[in-house]
Design a binder for this molecule. Sequence first.
Ligand SMILES: Nc1ncnc2c1ncn2[C@@H]1O[C@H](COP(=O)(O)OP(=O)(O)OP(=O)(O)O)[C@@H](O)[C@H]1O
Ligand SMILES: [Mg+2]
Length: 409
Amino acid sequence: MADFLLGGQIDPAKHERTATLTTVPSGDFTTHGVIVGMTGSGKTGLGIVLVEEALGAGVPALLIDPKGDLTNLCLTFPNLAPADFQPWVNEGDASKAGQSIADFAAAQAKAWTDGLASWGITPDRIAALRKNVAFTIYTPGSNAGVALNIVGSLQAPTDVSDAEVIGDEIEGFVSGLLSLIGIDADPLSSREHILLSNLILNEWTAGRSLDLPGLVGMVQQPPIRKLGVFELDQFFPPKDRTAFAIRLNGLLASPSFGAWMAGPALDIASMLKTPDGKPRCAIVTTAHLSDQERQFVTTLILSKLVTWMRRQSGTTDLRALLYMDEVAGYLPPTAMPPTKKPIMTLMKQARAFGVGVVLTSFGTFFCAEGLGVDWPGGDLALLYVAVVVAGVAALQVASLARPVAKVKA
Ligand SMILES: Nc1ncnc2c1ncn2[C@@H]1O[C@H](COP(=O)(O)OP(=O)(O)OP(=O)(O)O)[C@@H](O)[C@H]1O
Ligand SMILES: [Mg+2]
């Protein structure tokens, strides 16, 4: 077990760093973590420090990056030379500082050299990180980085014995796919969801892989005749199935969809380790995607992570770290977007498999504090803010809940 150095404590009176360092044993992250703060307070910065500590200890990291801030992890310069910084510094920042780009880059190089040295971080540590870790930026739906073959994720799994694991993975794929064509489907009542899920399950249990064009074809000509106790044609008439297939086909026919089928297949094991066993830092950037596409990709990756995780043996130490920046839209208190289920599953089950989950989000308390609100009672106000938020959430749940039909005895 390694100790992750996350920072140093500050003397609150002098606002200066003390000699007391803040370290957290790696194993503690198997019970997960949340980083909350107002915008610009350094949440992502802390996340990057944590990820680098994990990578340095040989723990692979999977990062979901909806804002595109985490790609900076690739900017590691063992020589800390001005020329290394120059291509990356911002022209606007240089002119604001009244410096030429070269001078500004030199100043940045010095600031980083001195700053890192004050933490005892020497260039050889940066070199070791670069040498021992494979950094990869995945850009699903785009060839700007490494594309991810999302449709390849319909590859039949090697082991279909655990019905719950397979069911969750299929649910993640189908929910995400339907959200991409604007269908907000309930897995238990939506006939689109039920049909697609059964088609995939039917193929997978027979050991056959699928691709999206094949799936669309099956919507029109399903190889199964019954769904539950109903005849398929009664449950989902052919005319409606054709309309549904046309909607799915629209996705396939869109010129931009080709990029979703490029690149390596979405495979968590190879995203976490290179073939020769080196840990990877897999940065999945979704900043270029629409909200629906982002939901689709994030749901798929998380469901695949759940499936991968459940196949690992038990451990008490950290085996892999999942870091999600800006998690708010993926884990709302009242709504149930497709991403929420795999995140909740990871939160509940990942500990036993040594998978740590760290999420960042802005929070009501800290945002208001940042805007200058003086909470009565200081940090204790967190308690009543939590009660108020829980109360509002409960009211929203009550107002959104569908009435349950009464069954006559
Ligand atoms: N510990 C720190 N000490 C000094 N500066 C920091 C620290 N952490 C972050 N910063 C700087 O503060 C700025 C904002 O940091 P960061 O992007 O991590 O904030 P954030 O909370 O993730 O913001 P957002 O909500 O906009 O994503 C950056 O310029 C970063 O370099
Ligand atoms: Mg941030």
